[in-house]
Design a protein around this ligand. Sequence first.
Ligand code: SAH
Length: 218
Amino acid sequence: MRLFEDSYRHKGLRKKLTDLLRTKGITDENVLNAINSIPRHFFLDSAFDEVAYEDRAFPIANNQTISQPYTVAYQSQLLAIKPFDKVLEIGTGSAYQAVVLAEIGAQVFTIERQKQLFDNNKQFSLLKKYLGIKFFYGDGFEGLPTFAPFDKVIVTAAAPFIPLKLVAQMKPGGKMVIPVGEGEIQRMMRLTKLADGSTTEELFENFSFVPMLEGRNG
Ligand code: SAH
């Protein structure tokens, strides 16, 4: 069961979480404001209400996770999300990351390969407020060619390699943030697409995501 009441206690815990993220190096005010305003406890089972604002990942349905707030903030900051950015997200999961992007004002296209997680989000009342998010059930390795190109691409599962189909769906000047690696630990990478279609790569910190898997799971 989930609780949908946002109390002063929750708001206070959220402010503390935002302050903690600042001390960890998050400086993008768009990102910090979004995290400070989104009731993360709505995304979790009520059993996690006491700990929803700790800087930790938590389990959701189907053996998947809601990413750690630091990770959500870190990927969002690397993408320098701005209002009206057209963003492709791979791995909707709990939809928390998608809501952070939408709260900043981005137009979000998010794909989930697990049917049950996709269906759960259809019942999630908070999401009705975010008309800027479009939900898709599909395989993130394919991206969304019909809606391409995108200003930003965010991959929120551990990618074994950089999917070329996603690179093809980036605008010139666009950016992709993706954790790459086949083991327990992945390296956060940022790709920038240049005007001639080539890309440059930058390497950042290590993270640990659930794996990006091929195909849909229905
Ligand atoms: N962004 C999410 C993080 C969820 S964890 C959040 O904020 O909660 C990663 C998610 O990626 C899982 O739900 C998993 O099912 C999904 N996933 C893994 N491989 C995928 C693929 N190829 N296409 C789409 N989603 C995928």
